[in-house]
Design a protein around this ligand. Sequence first.
Ligand SMILES: [Zn+2]
Length: 240
Amino acid sequence: MSPPLPSPVRSALADALALVLPVECAGCGAPDRAVCPACEQSLQTPVRTRRLARSALEVFSATAYAGPVQHLLPAVKDGGRTEAAGCLGAALRRALEAGARTHEERALGPPEARAPALVVPVPSARTATRRRGYLPVLLLLRRAGVAAHPALRFCRRVRDQSGLSAGERARNIAGSMTAAGSVAGRRVILVDDVVTTGASLLEAARAIEERGGLVLFAATVASTPPPDAPVGGEPQSPET
Ligand SMILES: [Zn+2]
């Protein structure tokens, strides 16, 4: 992983851009910055981990899907605000690094004997994203300075996951993905923007394992609260 642009450089670029092209913060609408310092700061939370229901798959997420990130992610994904992707990429990198630290400690054998893990983005079930042929997670990985290995694709039609219940999401996505043969015998890290029920991540893991890959962990920018969170505490997620 090569380092992303340091924060002061990114800030300077954002300020320079704001001079020639008036912008509003993609998180809160404050004038003159692609992402204001307060919204950027709101992403700096301790990485949270979660094990998906009925699975050993552990998900590392940079922040909760609450506050400005609820506006930042859709702005990048749907609003074309790609200049706001830098802080989300940095957040994703923190989640990836936390997962890598944890799993290096648990892995067996000397690190130099092992090929680096492949970082595989989860394809989006969102109709709009598929229609545009544009995968926001790839943009976030680029901003994070992480090489992506897009080895997963859908092998049948799926419905847009937003608005579906947990059971409907699981049924909608089950058996829908297929992985490239290049993952055979490789260790894989799955990446998505948001984890909600985890249905997409579990299907991605199944497809990787079907091809003989080993999924180490998953990383996302944000995580909705687990299903047992207090009623009313779960914000609407646009994804998975
Ligand atoms: Zn803001």
